[in-house]
Design a protein around this ligand. Structure first.
Ligand SMILES: [Fe+2]
Ligand SMILES: [Fe+2]
Length: 234
């Protein structure tokens, strides 16, 4: 006998947009001022600008994507701790688990961004050195990871807010990069991860889609700022 189980599917990730919607999304981002970044956020953006340049590039974005996954990993870990703590309260434990699933989906989305960037770097023959592209991301990720979980423990809304700032920064960086590099419109999307991420008319559209994903991540985090009450301390 087959038993049918009704369980929530893992979120599919941010929506994929068509060409016109991508252009519109870019115009919206560029017309929207950046968030007011906190000192902690600036402590990560500044060294990144100093080491990788103020202007966007595939190598700079790869670095940003390495650290973008970090808060989701921290929340996932804290979530498992909370599930254990709420073991006797099934409704709350279930809600926590739903957030874990959401955090994992966002991590996966960031992972595709990173794989796409690494692919573009290789195709363009760009060099990545050990210190700037291995050691530095490790240090910044280490710092960000611990800031994320400690903040989450003491003030979960501040941890979500910090991530929203990070995502807002990423959204603007991608959309500005496309605006500043019109040649990207004529560079075909190589489609290396087309089955998993979709295929776009150009690298410009691919970057716009990633920028829009970052906006969705930001909006999710801002939602969670308003409703962080599942946190382990509550
Ligand atoms: Fe990303
Ligand atoms: Fe993101």
């Amino acid at each position: 006998m087959t038993i049918t189980i009704d369980r929530p599917e893992a979120p599919a990730g941010p929506p994929k947009l068509d060409r016109d919607a991508l252009r519109l999304a870019q115009a919206e981002t560029l017309a929207t001022p950046r968030m007011d970044y906190s000192l902690l956020a600036k402590m990560m953006f500044k060294p990144v600008d100093l080491m990788y340049g103020k202007k966007g590039s595939f190598t700079k974005f790869a670095m940003l994507e390495i650290i973008a996954r970090v808060p989701y990993q921290a929340w996932e870990r804290m979530g498992y701790w909370a599930v254990h703590r709420y073991a006797g309260r099934s409704a709350l434990a279930k809600r926590v688990f739903e957030r874990i699933v959401e955090a994992r989906a966002d991590q996966d989305n960031e992972q595709w961004h990173l794989l796409i960037m690494q692919d573009l770097i290789q195709r363009h023959g760009m060099k990545q050195n050990w210190l700037l592209h291995k050691v530095a991301p490790w240090f910044i990720s280490f710092f960000y990871y611990h800031v994320s979980w400690v903040l989450f423990l003491v003030r979960p809304e501040a941890s979500y807010r910090l991530n929203a700032e990070f995502e807002d920064h990423a959204e603007h960086e991608y959309m500005t990069f496309v605006a500043e590099n019109p040649d990207l419109e004529f560079m075909p999307d190589p489609g290396t991860y087309a089955d998993e991420y979709g295929r776009y008319r150009s690298v410009a559209d691919l970057m716009r889609q990633i920028g829009h994903d970052e906006r969705m991540h930001k909006l999710d985090s801002l939602e969670n700022v308003k409703d962080p009450h599942w946190a382990p301390t509550r």
